[in-house]
Design a protein around this ligand. Structure first.
Ligand SMILES: NC(=O)c1ccc[n+]([C@@H]2O[C@H](COP(=O)([O-])OP(=O)(O)OC[C@H]3O[C@@H](n4cnc5c(N)ncnc54)[C@H](OP(=O)(O)O)[C@@H]3O)[C@@H](O)[C@H]2O)c1
Length: 287
């Protein structure tokens, strides 16, 4: 089965490429330079040439704060780009795996009471910021296109490639004696390699539809940073701050947890806890 990966130079894209290489599966890794998904002509040309049997879309505009001032750019990639890929897949009856985010939900603190296990796949979307709006718009185009799809929402992604919170903390731990980290936003750090492995299992078993993939458990960014430093033996002091003390352009969700019980029962597995994924990642990073 030939798999084409878009956004192959990003955090999740590189993880997919590594996984497919290790499994000896035929694949075509397309970085943003190889294939710009906002260019519908280039999408058609490339996909007609490669003739993949599955498209995995890891391409996205992920600058959450940048999307507040340049929502058009976010929409071009996260909505239109998804539409181009999904239409080609629909026209060729090819399955597409597409990734989305917890930011399509409102992220209210009180939602923890309504959804103690996290937002379910059929929970009502109401994006928390412009980036979330652009990702939701992409989801809608995916549904409309009519290709067989797996829409996989993830959150707090951390892997060995690209940029993420763990790598940022390890860098700051080398540079600073103390840092401030937000304490009133909670979610589940999720290991990128596990996301790829589970996505591939869903594909292999022929599942379709929406799935949430996040680790078990829930913590704040502050507790996460503290655990990263503890595991790495870093002495940097972590000071808790509130969201209001740490102003950023885009509003962030107070509650980011996605309910992963659907994939858990579909694949008859138990989701790994966030600290198991973190341990594996720290070993990979030799931290
Ligand atoms: N990271 C997280 O915590 C997180 C959380 C929730 C959901 N997600 C979702 O998970 C998916 C993967 O995220 P990630 O962490 O791997 O993001 P990432 O590291 O920022 O990777 C995104 C990739 O998309 C590429 N890209 C951007 N515009 C493109 C275009 N027009 N055509 C083709 N490629 C383009 C980027 O290339 P350039 O660098 O060259 O622009 C980059 O390689 C995304 O759908 C994201 O929304 C991520």
């Amino acid at each position: 089965m030939s798999i084409l990966v878009t956004g192959a130079g990003g955090q999740l894209g590189m993880e997919w490429v590594k996984f497919l290489g290790r499994m000896g599966l035929e694949h075509h890794a397309m970085t943003s330079k190889d294939l710009d998904i906002t260019n519908s002509g280039a999408v058609d040309l490339t996909l007609n040439r490669v003739k993949p049997e599955v498209v995995v879309n890891c391409a996205a505009y992920t600058d959450v704060d940048g999307a507040e001032s340049d929502v058009e750019k976010a929409l071009r990639v996260n909505r239109n780009g998804v539409g181009h890929l999904a239409e080609w897949c629909a026209g060729n009856s090819i399955p597409i795996i597409h990734y989305s985010t917890d930011y399509v939900f409102p992220g209210r603190k009180t939602d923890l009471v309504t959804y103690p296990d996290g937002y379910p796949e059929d929970g009502e979307t109401d994006p928390v910021n412009r980036y979330g709006e652009s990702k939701r718009a992409g989801e809608e185009l995916l549904f409309e296109a009519g290709a067989p799809y797996l829409l996989i929402r993830v959150s707090w992604l951390c892997g060995e490639f690209g940029n993420n919170f763990v790598k940022t903390m390890l860098k700051l731990g080398n540079e600073r004696d103390r840092i401030q980290v937000v304490k009133d936003q909670i979610g589940s750090p999720t290991y990128a390699a596990s996301v790829v492995k589970l996505s591939h299992q869903l594909l292999q078993q022929g599942h379709k539809g929406i799935y949430h993939i996040t680790s078990g458990g829930m913590i704040s960014w502050y507790d996460f940073a503290s655990e990263i430093f503890r595991m790495a033996g870093v002495n940097t002091v972590v000071e808790p701050v509130s969201t209001s003390e740490y102003p950023v352009k885009a509003p962030r969700p107070a509650f980011s947890k996605l309910d992963s019980s659907k994939i858990s029962s579909t694949l008859s597995i138990q989701m790994e806890e966030w600290d198991e994924g973190l341990t594996e990642l720290m070993n990979k990073l030799n931290a």
